[in-house]
Design a protein around this ligand. Structure first.
Ligand SMILES: Cc1ncc(COP(=O)(O)O)c(C=O)c1O
Length: 428
């Protein structure tokens, strides 16, 4: 067996920065990346055989943990039948029905694609085609994938590299960027450009600049502005969908958008994503309508089977309720063990459903990207190194969130806090 170091050296020769997605390089936490060979339940094992409790959950999809037996059984059944046809199959219909009947019940039609980025790209084309307008509004620190017109003031991997945008990005002139939770700024933008705005796109709860919740009235305010100016309101639920609430952010926050994107959990760990909305708008998509969007592997039976098994299991076993209880246990542990560090201004903690986040070097919860950016990322990196040493794996950046899964228990939560206590105790 080759060591982690050997694998890393080989990967550096093949891939830019040794990775196939930038955050995996561990660049922002300043340590050598871990390469992983196995996942089981709450654990991941690196190529040296070290075990870690996984709170990254592949950036969200693994709500049931690694290799959940029910998902594996359904995938085994599917793989012995077919992997892809490039033609419509029952699995995509079953997953579509599961989503519309049990989860996003105010959505009327949807289309499967292969990644969150593809869902964002497609939904924007739809919004622009449907409204015959060009401009879109996004919020600083929200990440919607690496689509050109959305890669502006994005969070996630870009935030960690401190780049407001990326070379090579075009078509950004039509993108208007507003600080998260700043309704006044949005009102000003609408006053000037309202008649030209095709859509406002948002993470209804921002989870790519750490975790930032929408303030009371923020989403409602966007809803009424978009209605007033006949712009579309799009919820990017790639992160929040199937985790925050059974009815998605619509029921979690009481505001209904016109269009949604989904990803991550919808593919149960395999590549799948979707976008959807009102029938009247969705029927503008080809072949019902004139707006073209297609995909060779879209709706392939393998990814659909994994998504269906995951969503059915989550629904039938009250997994979201269970995760809320586990989240409350984490809240309690944090208040028992970390309160004194909070008092010293070393950290704050926020949780919603099975998302959690620690911001270091601040006394108050950040409400927008600038406040997140002002946090102490060096302290995050110190804690991060301790997490790895103590066998805990989190997304390697202070701009990411942690995820609870059905496979976690109290002992895992205790371990998560151990590294924070050790690091804070070391600070004089
Ligand atoms: C909210 C949100 N939208 C879109 C995306 C892009 O999804 P993908 O990485 O599948 O392209 C992400 C990825 O993390 C995301 O968090």
């Amino acid at each position: 067996m080759n060591s982690s170091k050997d694998w890393y050296e080989r990967s550096l020769k093949l891939f830019p920065g040794g990775v196939n997605s930038p955050v995996r390089s561990f660049k922002s936490v300043g340590c050598e990346p871990k390469l992983f060979a196995q996942g089981l339940g709450p654990y991941m094992y690196d190529t040296d055989g070290q075990r870690y409790i996984d709170f990254c959950c592949s950036w969200g999809p693994l709500i049931l943990g690694h290799l959940h037996p029910y998902v594996v059984q359904k995938l085994n059944q599917q793989i012995s039948t077919a992997m892809t046809f490039g033609a419509t199959c029952p699995q995509e219909i079953l997953l579509g029905e599961e989503i519309l009947n049990h989860w996003f019940t105010s959505m009327e039609k949807l289309r499967f694609v292969n990644s969150g980025t593809e869902a964002s790209m497609s939904v924007l084309r739809l919004a622009r085609g449907y409204t015959s307008r060009k401009k879109i509004v996004k919020f600083e620190g929200c990440y919607h994938g690496h689509v050109d017109s959305l890669l502006i003031s994005a969070g996630s991997g870009l935030a960690q590299f401190g780049e407001p945008t990326s070379p090579g990005v075009i078509n950004f002139e039509e993108t208007l960027v507003v600080p998260y939770n700043d309704l006044e700024a949005l009102q000003a933008v609408f006053k000037e450009y309202g008649e030209e705005i095709a859509a406002v796109m948002i993470e209804p709860m921002a989870a790519n600049m750490g975790l930032v919740l929408p303030q009371k009235g923020f989403l409602e305010g966007i809803r009424s502005l978009t209605t007033q100016y006949k712009s579309l309101f799009i919820f990017d639920e790639v992160m929040t969908g199937f985790r925050i609430h059974k009815g998605g952010s619509h029921l979690a926050f009481g505001v209904q958008p016109d269009l949604w994107t989904m990803g991550k959990i919808v593919g149960g760990g395999l590549p799948a994503a979707a976008y959807g909305g009102k029938k009247e708008i969705m029927d503008w998509i080809s072949p019902s309508g004139p707006i073209y969007q297609a995909g060779t592997l879209s709706g392939n039976p393998l990814a659909m089977a994994a998504g269906l098994a995951t969503l059915q299991y989550v629904r039938e076993n009250n997994v979201l309720e269970h995760l809320e209880e586990l989240g409350k246990e984490l809240d309690l542990l944090v208040s028992e063990r970390l309160e004194k560090y909070k008092q010293k201004g070393l950290l704050v903690y926020v949780r919603k459903a099975s998302f959690f986040c620690f911001f270091f070097g601040t006394k108050s919860l950040p409400q927008n990207f600038k406040e997140v950016d002002a946090c102490n990322m060096d302290l995050f990196s110190e804690v991060y190194a301790k997490w790895l040493e103590t066998g805990v794996y989190m997304g390697p950046s202070g701009y990411e969130v942690g995820f609870l899964s059905y496979s976690h228990n109290r002992s895992h939560l205790e371990k998560l806090l151990e590294a924070i206590v050790i690091t804070c105790e070391g600070i004089r």
